[in-house]
Design a protein around this ligand. Structure first.
Ligand SMILES: [Zn+2]
Length: 68
């Protein structure tokens, strides 16, 4: 689990992905996490194709569902 400089947990920013999709930035999307405590955001150094990011997110979501 990634953590912020303040020690708070970082949560993956889905809104950022939706914005990228809407703006047509589908080739190279950087990943964004937001701290749940101080609100500071952290960006990935590398960027990835949006389809690849969404596919990995789907897998995570499915994994969550299978547990519940
Ligand atoms: Zn923080």
């Amino acid at each position: 689990m990634m953590k912020c400089q303040c020690g708070g947990l970082l949560r993956f920013d889905l809104q950022h992905l939706q914005d990228a999709g809407r703006l047509g930035l589908r080739d190279q999307v950087s990943l964004l996490w937001k701290c749940m405590v101080c609100g500071r955001s952290r960006k990935s150094d590398e960027s990835y194709p949006l389809s690849q990011v969404v596919a990995s997110l789907d897998q995570l979501t499915l994994a969550d569902r299978s547990q519940g």
